[in-house]
Design a protein around this ligand. Structure first.
Ligand SMILES: [Zn+2]
Length: 408
């Protein structure tokens, strides 16, 4: 059958191309999109003088692309009915410090980081920036079969001095989330260094200006402070790097639905949280899961298992907010059950097994999970896993709980 390809979004993965060719291709797309991001979008939260003129041009472009894309959208929906689910998911990792043993809980020793990269090369993974991964997932096709995203939070100096030589050696990219307030401080990267990293293909994301504990504020004040803070950082990025990011990472991974709405409203493409799991086509783009790779989690075995993890897809999650109202909290999930063996469901609370998982008698894909004890940490994850029903892989979903009254 002849297939007419209409590239509405950047095509993410050329069929039959090697991972190296795909990376080169994606880099070229990244460079092209650096200013324009997605069609019709200017850097979020930082209006430019040209906006109105561009808006007219983009409106026409979008209309034309929409008309052109109609037949392929129908085809995509049809394709997805039969497509392998695994081709629509991308594991994402978050690192903080590299080779800095003074901070063991957020650090990864260099030999372990190198082992992660060596595994990715050996298994021919495509390493995408988060922006590229979002393009792939949003276009709902052409997601490389083996792809991961490496993100790094906080802009510590060890990213340049320790991690970059290894990333260069392996030819991999990364997405670096920076809080502008600390840029140039002792132990952190400066603006000149960020510019050099950007020129090398490192994608820079917004990690707020102040890196505050926004969940410690009352909701109304929180949203105002949060918006102003993110806007302030966007202004700084635009001034210092000549572009404002379109990706955001919540400080400490903590968010509320109201904060997600602020980020969406400001025009960001996506935002990352710190709950583990695998990004997928139908997931919430404004609370993307990432597997932490620091301290006890930074083993090679853990990395390999997470790089091969599949998403446990959830149709509905109740509550959506991470803030704990009743302790211990109860989470209700409606699972998409086709790909998994529901009889193998397991739950974990912060890595332990102190939880009860109940399946609804009438609807076995509906489950409730409750910890057997009160949550005592500021942040705790409920994690639910299930084996695949047609292979050795596992599927993973986490819900973040935050108790803002507990100090960091
Ligand atoms: Zn941070």
């Amino acid at each position: 059958m002849n297939e007419t390809r209409i590239d509405c979004f950047p095509t993410c993965h050329a069929r039959g191309a090697s991972p190296r060719e795909n990376v080169n291709r994606l880099n070229a797309i990244s460079r092209r999109n650096r200013k324009g991001l997605y069609p019709g979008q200017h850097p979020p939260g930082f209006p430019r003088n040209e906006s109105k003129r561009r808006a007219g041009i983009w409106l026409l472009t979008i209309l034309a692309l929409f008309l052109l894309h109609l037949p392929s959208a129908t085809a995509t929906a049809r394709d997805r009915d039969t497509a392998e689910i695994k081709a629509e998911a991308i594991p994402c990792f978050v690192y903080h410090r590299f080779g800095d043993s003074r901070y063991p809980s957020t650090n990864i020793p260099l030999d372990k980081f190198k082992a992660h990269l060596a595994y990715l090369r050996e298994k021919e993974y495509t390493v995408l920036t988060l922006g590229q991964a979002m393009s792939c997932l949003r276009s709902e096709k052409d997601v490389p079969d083996r792809a991961v995203v490496l993100t790094v939070d906080d802009g510590y100096a060890t990213f340049l001095s320790e991690a970059m030589p290894l990333l260069r050696e392996y030819g991999f990219q990364a997405t670096l989330f920076v809080q502008t307030q600390n840029v140039g401080d002792s132990g952190y990267l400066g603006w000149d260094e960020l510019r050099r990293l950007q020129a090398e293909g490192i994608e820079i994301g917004n990690h707020s200006a102040s890196h505050a504990h926004f969940l410690n504020m009352k909701e109304e004040r929180r949203l105002k402070r949060f918006r102003n803070d993110v806007q302030k950082a966007q202004g700084k990025f635009a001034f210092k790097l000549e572009e404002a990011p379109d990706l955001f990472s919540y400080p400490f991974g903590e968010y509320t639905p109201g904060m997600q709405e602020v980020i969406r409203d400001m025009g960001f493409t996506a935002a990352t949280a710190q709950k583990s799991g695998v990004m997928h086509v139908e997931g919430d783009r404004y609370a993307l899961p990432r597997f932490p790779m620091g301290g006890p989690y930074a083993t090679l075995e853990g990395f390999i298992s997470k790089a091969n993890m599949r998403p446990l897809r959830v149709r509905q999650e109740q509550p959506k907010s991470p803030v704990v109202e009743n302790n211990p909290p109860t989470l209700t999930l409606d699972l998409e059950a086709e790909a998994v063996d529901l009889s193998g469901l397991q739950c974990f609370v912060g890595g332990g097994r102190d939880c009860n998982l109940k399946r609804d008698k009438k609807d076995p894909s509906r489950i409730t999970v409750t910890a057997t004890k009160k949550l005592t940490q500021r942040r705790t994850l409920y994690t639910i896993t299930a084996p695949s029903n047609n292979g050795p892989r596992w599927h993973w979903f986490s819900h973040l709980w935050v108790r803002p009254k507990i100090a960091e």
